[in-house]
Design a protein around this ligand. Sequence first.
Ligand code: SF4
Length: 678
Amino acid sequence: MTLTRTTCPYCGVGCGVLAAADGTIKGDPAHPANLGRLCSKGAALGDTLDLEGRLLAPRVDGKPADWDTAINRVADAFRAAIRDHGPDSVALYVSGQSLTEDYYVANKLMKGFIGAANIDTNSRLCMASSVAGHKRAFGTDTVPGTYEDLEEADLIVLVGSNLAWCHPVLYQRIVAAKQARPEMRVVNIDPRRTATSDLADLHLGVAPDGDVALFNGLLAHLAATDAIDLGFVQDHVNGCLDAVTEARRTDLSVTGLDTQQLEEFYSLWAGTEKVVTVYSQGVNQSSIGTDKVNAILNCHLATGRIGKPGMGPFSVTGQPNAMGGREVGGLANMLANHLDIENEDHRAAVQAFWQSPTICTRPGLKAVDLFDACADGRIKALWVISTNPAVSMPNADHVARAIENVPFVAVSDIMAGTDTGDLADVMLPATGWGEKDGTVTNSERRISRQRAFLPAPGQARPDWRIICDVASAMGWGEAFNYADPSEIFAEYVALSKAAKGFGKDLDLSAWAAIDYATMAPRQWPQDDTRFFGDGAFFHPDGRARMIATPAATAAVPTGLMLNNGRNRDQWHTMTRTGKSARLSAHLAEPYLEINPADAEACGLRPADLARVRGASGGDAILRVWISATAPKGAPFAPMHWTGQLTSAGRVNVATRADVDPVSGQPSFKHAPVRVERY
Ligand code: SF4
């Protein structure tokens, strides 16, 4: 039996997998991210390889069609919309599941050939606030550290992250490190007590959106106890005084924590040099997400605890290729290679490299705005690739109606029946994990290969090829004439070389010599690079920025505020993990985890059904799980169930689309709801 070396398609840990067509799945001991480990989802990948429910041929207007008919229909609809309404009337919505090569050609098509930037991604829902925070602080979207830093740290602070369920192998690495060095301390900051809290020496049940105040308080404490590294700040950081002044004004009651808890955390952080602060969706998915990120980064910059072994802030991405998408310009406000749409020189360089007829001149619509533009008629043609926004976007009923309102909708997917696919004029069958080739980048900037070990089923094609086929049908075949994904990756590497003069971080120069077929997982720019340890940042003056982050903007909850997130054994909308009986055995139906006092106030008993109604009027019907560890006032519901699985389980009909004003990332974690017995 031949085992193929590939990468898990789920979370941003990016574990190496050895896989075979007979369903054999093993952790890859040679992959630096997991060293042979797999979590329950990764280990069950072999259960998900069957073709039940797959989309195996193109469909046009609900009927089977050949590829030429389907491709021409998409190209014609996009051409007509651009001709009649301009390039801003069309949009692509892609995915952190997309491989880097898919992302690259989709961005090239939209930004360089159509000439607008209306291409956004479900990564907007995942880590856009981290991107914005990084750019404000560092001048570029750089994750400074590596996974080894977590093992070398003396204090790990996990903020808004249920790492045990959402990034299990990284959690396992921390568990092992703590066993080897019991003096290592772990603090878990989360309104909920979760499986991750079991590892923590200290769990701080911070109030929802109380994180800015918490880290402002830490910065004020660092200043008050002379723990700021004045030499590092003087040499490398701007804005420290303003940030500290703002921090000193912070009302710490916003944190919901008592003085003793705050003192314990602040003393521990200030007194431990090797600190890594890991943060995830509890930080990012907030209407103040970017300020939360910068409040964390401020503390690391003020102490110089960044870019050195065992030290630094660490944004852990949710999706397998959220990072790769960022690298090739997968967000509506970025160009490839971390270049900036707003910068004329950057735009000119990318256009010259692509030899494209045009280049977008301003940022496009971010996800929430993009679907609002679908709702109000500005978008005339929409192409959704590898994602299911009718389920996964906040205010999901509104988004489903918005998609329905677009005159032409194409959906590329591996599955025939999805909530979004049901709204499409054209369905394009894509190859899935195990059937396609490309690269992904994990949370520590490690680029790994996904490799095919199964034949493409039916007429399915890889996403990069479908995108290139449409580009070709629109008249741009020469620029999208790739034989295979290795040629796309080579072009991306060459673009990195062309962009090098702009002083950005994403330098792949050394990668030109690497053989794509045999490429081993490695970090960019090279293995074990820790950015910023030398105090060199990417703002034009080479200095970092601390940002004054006002905490007063944190909303004070008045009623029940719904939190949502992932279960341990499911992934996104369960397209793949829903096929595995052993994964579904963990938590088999959509549920509402609610504090006993809240349950009593709502008239709920154990195992009742609850109606959860959001501000926009959408209802989710969920099984009641009364739990003493659920924080009062903040029930939790998982985000996985779709209209195809149970029409009542779509929890995002009850979440709201409040967005962070800097990043455009919506606030999933903090939605006002009414809960009653169903
Ligand atoms: Fe896959 Fe993430 Fe589990 Fe690793 S930790 S096996 S990448 S789901």
